[in-house]
Design a protein around this ligand. Sequence first.
Ligand code: CA
Length: 145
Amino acid sequence: MHSPIVMHSPILLVEDDADVRSLLFEALTDVGGFLVYTVETVGAAQALMAGCGDSFAAAVLDVGLPDGDGRDLCASLRRQGFRLPVILLSGLGGEDDIVRGFEAGADDYLVKPFGIAELLARLAAQLRRTAPQARPTPARIERAA
Ligand code: CA
């Protein structure tokens, strides 16, 4: 059963490896219940974010992309003011690589190979914190007081 917070949340997935991309797409869609938009390059991700970046609830970015580094993409999105949760995926598991990912503005970093269930759990954890419906409105705060 899908949590009402994550159900149908639009997720941007940037992954150039076709096998990994289709595996992640299926898991995020069928198991996670997300609405997943996939692109394969930094350029395509930038274009999509420029057009409708505010629509995405979270982004899952591969680090090794054909036209750049997912960490640089993340840093660029932060500079443009995008505050959505970003989870980086990478085969680079060294401490320096991971730290660089967080310094680029990522909220989480998963080293490949990782379990699909773990990615889904981490994504759900990010969305629990950031979903608009999870934030109390002033009216709700008043009623609670
Ligand atoms: Ca890659």
